[in-house]
Design a protein around this ligand. Structure first.
Ligand SMILES: *Cc1c(COP(=O)(O)O)cnc(C)c1O
Length: 364
């Protein structure tokens, strides 16, 4: 059966390493996108059991599912929303909301009042991400949340870095402007509460920086952070399937759509019932926003073409080359030089984020 396999011991080790590195700071374990592909509730339970006591998600239904699964720790909603139905659901499930504008604040304040509760929120500052948040010169508007919204209790303030994996200069400028805004709020007598800005890349890249009160860590738990550096973390998760057919190809026979692979000599092949619909060979589209992104992609493609880069899977612990294009539900590999039989295990390297939610998550 196809499964996405997660090595629990390695995960425990990553969690332990991250908790130690955060020292006494609070950690928000970000588990958006079905827990980065690790399965929302199972993954959340492991995090909590290993000592994490605050989670962060982007969807109200995630909060509902976590509460239903019996997880009663702090949950921060890191997406702002002015949609009344979403706000009500979040308040009912005792989530901490994000306020990124006075429109958000007024709506949340009204609904909390109607429900007879006080909404706990973190204030979001936009330092370049351009999605949610007050701008750096919105200090008067932010003050209004503290001054006039009786049903809102601000417990923290944060920003999201847009290039912690890339431009150091841009990132440091964002951090500085965010810190300056928080200092000004404090100078005006407002209680900033829990102040945070670091994602995984910032956390590992600027290790000697003062991360203030909390860090928001997502990808690092899976052992794959966007900023290229040695973290000492375990890379976790792979897709697993089994050989369903074995056969021989004659010289000149083709494999897959378009007949892209043609056998130059007789080949023994294995068919595996797993393809891109499960998440193998799937990549995010390369959105070419700037001219230089386009140039970089072209250079990457030329390099890849010239080096004849091939795709491999692991059959019984041995490398086997993928032949032809990966199919929606099938992959064909060359096993001419391998010893294997129908039912044998095959492992695929994948980005967990792209593993289809229908694929069973198997913790080992
Ligand atoms: C996804 C996300 C994070 C975590 O980012 P990683 O790089 O995966 O650690 C932190 N904060 C916000 C607001 C996010 O959306």
């Amino acid at each position: 059966m196809n499964a996405f396999v997660i090595e629990a011991e390695k995960l425990h080790d990553n969690i332990k390493q991250i908790i130690a590195k955060a020292a006494s700071r609070k950690i928000y374990a970000v588990i958006k996108g079905d827990g980065y592909g690790f399965g929302l509730c199972t993954y959340a339970k492991i995090l909590v059991t290993c000592g994490i006591n605050a989670l962060a998600v982007t969807e109200p239904y995630e909060v509902a599912a976590l509460r239903e699964a019996g997880i009663d720790c702090e949950i921060l909603m890191i997406r702002a929303t002015a949609i009344p139905g979403e706000i009500e659901e979040l308040l009912r499930h005792n989530a901490i909301l994000t306020v990124g504008s006075n429109e958000d604040a007024v709506t949340i304040n009204g609904i909390a009042g109607r429900l007879g509760t006080k909404a706990k929120v973190h204030i979001k500052i936009d330092t370049g991400m351009g999605r949610y948040g007050y701008l750096l010169n919105d200090i008067e508007k932010i003050g209004a949340v503290y001054d006039y919204m009786d049903n809102i209790e601000p417990l923290g303030i944060y920003t999201h870095l847009n290039a912690a994996f890339g431009s150091k200069k841009k990132t440091l400028a964002q951090i500085e402007s965010f810190k300056a805004l928080v200092a000004e709020l404090k100078r005006r007598g407002y209680e900033a509460g829990c102040v945070h800005f670091a994602n995984s890349s910032a956390f590992y890249r600027f290790s000697d920086m003062d991360f203030l009160d909390a860090v928001r860590i997502g990808s690092a738990f899976t052992g794959r952070i966007p900023y290229p550096c040695k973290t000492g973390l375990n890379r976790i998760g792979y897709l697993e399937s089994e050989i369903c057919e074995i056969r021989w190809l004659e010289k000149g026979a083709t494999v897959g759509y378009g007949g892209a692979y043609r056998a130059k000599s007789p080949k023994k092949i294995a068919i595996i019932p797993l393809g891109y619909s499960h998440g193998f060979g799937v990549e995010k589209i390369r959105d070419t926003y700037r001219f230089r992104d386009g140039v970089r992609y072209v250079l990457q493609d030329i390099k890849r073409t010239l080096s004849g880069e091939k795709v491999y899977v692991t059959v019984n612990g041995k490398r086997a080359r993928v032949l032809g294009h990966i199919g929606m539900l099938h992959t064909v590999v060359d096993i001419t030089d391998l010893t294997c039989k129908v039912g044998d295990n095959v492992q695929f390297k994948v980005n967990p984020l792209y593993v289809n939610a229908n694929v069973v998550r198997k913790y080992i």
